[in-house]
Design a protein. Sequence first.
Length: 363
Amino acid sequence: MPVRTEVCVVGAGPAGVAAAITLSRAGRAVTLLDAGQAASPQPGHHLPPDVPAALGVDRDELAAIAQPCPGRVVAWAGPAADHSYLFDPAGCAWNVERTALDALLVGRAAAAGARVCPGTSLVGARRDGGWELTVRGADGAEAAMRAETVLDASGRRAAFARTQGVGVLRPDRLVAAFAVVPAADADRRFVLEAAADGWWYAVPVPGARLALAWITDPQRLRAAGGRRALLAHARATTELVAARVPGGADAPVSVVACGSALRETITGPGWLAVGDAAAHVDPLWGQGLRHALELGVRAAEAVLVRAPDRPGVFTVYAAAVRRQWLEAERTRVALYREAASAHASPFWEESARALAIASTGSE
């Protein structure tokens, strides 16, 4: 007999967890498939002061996995500017590694009543009144699951949407090359810096370490020498980031896709895409985590609507996702144009032009 659940949430990132918690607290039977993170380190995250409250996480819980951040330093289209959080009514910001944050949030979902399946991924889905799902456990064994509704919160890979043949609009092919290295100093400020061939960020994380990433396109990454040349390229092309990387530092470098994309179909009969599975944006936007939480809750609220009204509510939800994505793209176009005027390099000029065309054409 297949395992039965009212709602299967595929993916245990912030959007999926927010949905699972909301549904569980409303009395729904929720199964949360947590495929887990890759073995490689995840990029550091900078949580602005208001995000912990949105996460429902208090200061003591954050202090166990994150470190307080007093401000950020940004050098984008002009001289570096220092932004302090000292007088922010929500308090300081926090720097954290994604794996630690995800583990905390999954624990919250379990406490709310969700059935968490660690190391479990979706491998197949078939519509039959409800959904007949095939899942693969941590031991490699496959099992059947029956769900009334599926929320695809599996991130950029959109595991469920792909089983339904849903395509995606990609305005760019940006990648992030990142590493975690020993920090050169005790400065806990977040750093954001534009360079001629992309942009960089550096996030101090617990353990006197620094998570740094270079966002660029695959061609320029190869031209710079590939992933092995990441730290040398940081020293050669940046000032703020280079100052935070100790001389002689070395570390494994990972490369992941980080460009913007919008799923062509966001909802269907008995399913919704949530978070990055629905739409993802350039991390420069800086609102991804906050909006993943908001849309996770909104998707859950759509599922809680009585069945006859759900198609209309699902349509409203999909429109909200598309609208948010377009707003983020317009913001990114404006920022890329600022960088193009300051750096006058092919990367920025080409990127700004391509993004402007893509965001206009997707309206």
